[in-house]
Ligand binder design. Structure first.
Ligand code: ZN
Ligand code: ZN
Length: 361
């Protein structure tokens, strides 16, 4: 009898999620002065058009080692509403304690879901979702603004709403000029929107990347193949909601989508600096061997750019995750110091432009 009780107790532990592992966690280094937090601010459950119960989203986030999530149910689109009768705050309330118990930071949000323009926008860091349920889109944004929301434009290049071209409309100018747009999704799911990256650079908006997951996560992401959900890397002073907010307001983010990392140049450089360290430089008469170590789960693709013609090295080079690499460099006679210049082509500082970087010897 005792044994049965013990078994039931253990089964209960597993059911409530304790004893889960962070087996899908990705090691991404901190920056010199900031912690790197892995965040997903665009997630659905059955409380809008998603297909899972809210607690599942916390379990998924936990096993992927995410630091923070926001459930962003559509205000205007709730296909399960005849079966699930609840107000717009309910999915957040269900997981508030559940997320806290698992040390996943939960940020309250909602998706304002309108036709183009202005399209879909997430309001996060709100306190009450219900006042966002309005007829006129401007009233919904103003309700979010009055709650001091951080608002970003979702999937601007979604072909259901912008089939030909990713365009900026007058409605977006209105939102931007009235303090109702603070960021844009540069990536949503597997899709990257270069126009959105350029708008963020030009208008000083925060770059956001999200999963916009509707299915159970493993339906869309093949973790066995090393895939990961699209996420925002937030460079925060501390690991808490307040610091995430401060970092978002100051545009300290990068977007991790597929094997690309997209962001402002200074953060990409800081991230590469902290992932790839030079361990040793061995000089000989007409050659140099540079030993580097990539102490992260990130993969980097290097491409040679304009360089000293007396220094010969790779054209293309792949730095694999968690690996030591030796780069061989040939020197013309007389050269005793210099640098190898390259672009990290999967770190996009601008649309179509990788991060310029160099190793000096
Ligand atoms: Zn949407
Ligand atoms: Zn969505």
């Amino acid at each position: 009898m005792k044994r049965i009780y013990l078994f039931l107790a253990m089964a209960g532990m597993l059911q409530t999620g304790f004893g889960q592992s962070k087996d899908k966690d990705i090691n991404i280094p901190d920056l010199d002065n900031y912690k790197t937090l892995k965040c997903d601010f665009h997630i659905h459950t059955v409380f809008s058009d998603g297909l899972v119960w809210p607690t599942v989203r916390v379990d998924e986030a936990y096993s992927e080692g995410l630091d923070a999530i926001a459930l962003t149910e559509h205000i205007e689109y709730r296909p399960h509403k005849d079966d699930i009768k609840a107000d717009h705050n309910r999915s957040y309330e269900i997981i508030k304690q559940y997320a806290k118990d698992r040390d996943v930071i939960l940020i309250k949000g909602s998706e304002i879901t309108r036709s183009m323009a202005p399209g879909h926008h997430n309001a996060i860091f709100i306190t009450d979702s219900n006042p966002l349920d309005t007829t006129d889109f401007k009233d919904a944004f103003n309700a979010a603004k009055s709650q001091k929301a951080f608002i970003f434009w979702n999937h601007p290049g979604w072909d259901a709403q912008q089939p030909e071209k990713t365009l900026w409309w007058d409605e977006h100018t209105y939102l931007y000029e009235n303090g109702c747009m603070h960021g844009i999704e540069v990536a949503n799911g597997k899709y990257y929107f270069p126009e959105a990256q350029q708008w963020c650079l030009d208008k000083k908006l925060t770059m956001i990347g999200t999963s916009d997951i509707h299915q159970p996560i493993q339906t869309d992401i093949d973790f066995n193949k090393g895939e990961h959900r699209t996420m925002t890397l937030v460079f925060a002073k501390e690991r808490n909601a307040e610091s995430i907010r401060e970092a978002l307001e100051n545009r300290r983010t990068a977007v991790f989508v597929g094997d690309k990392i997209i962001g402002e140049e200074m953060w990409l450089k800081d991230l590469f600096d902290n992932a790839v360290k030079i361990e040793n430089i061995e000089k000989k008469d007409k050659s140099v061997r540079i030993t580097i170590y990539n102490d992260s789960d990130l993969r980097f693709y290097l491409k040679k750019i304009k360089h000293d013609p007396g220094i010969t090295y790779f054209r293309d080079y792949e730095i694999k995750p968690n690996c030591r690499h030796t780069i061989n460099v040939k020197l013309d006679s007389g050269i005793i110091s210099g640098k190898i210049d390259f672009e990290v082509s999967n770190m996009l500082a601008k649309p179509g432009k990788g991060l310029d970087y160099q190793f000096r010897f």
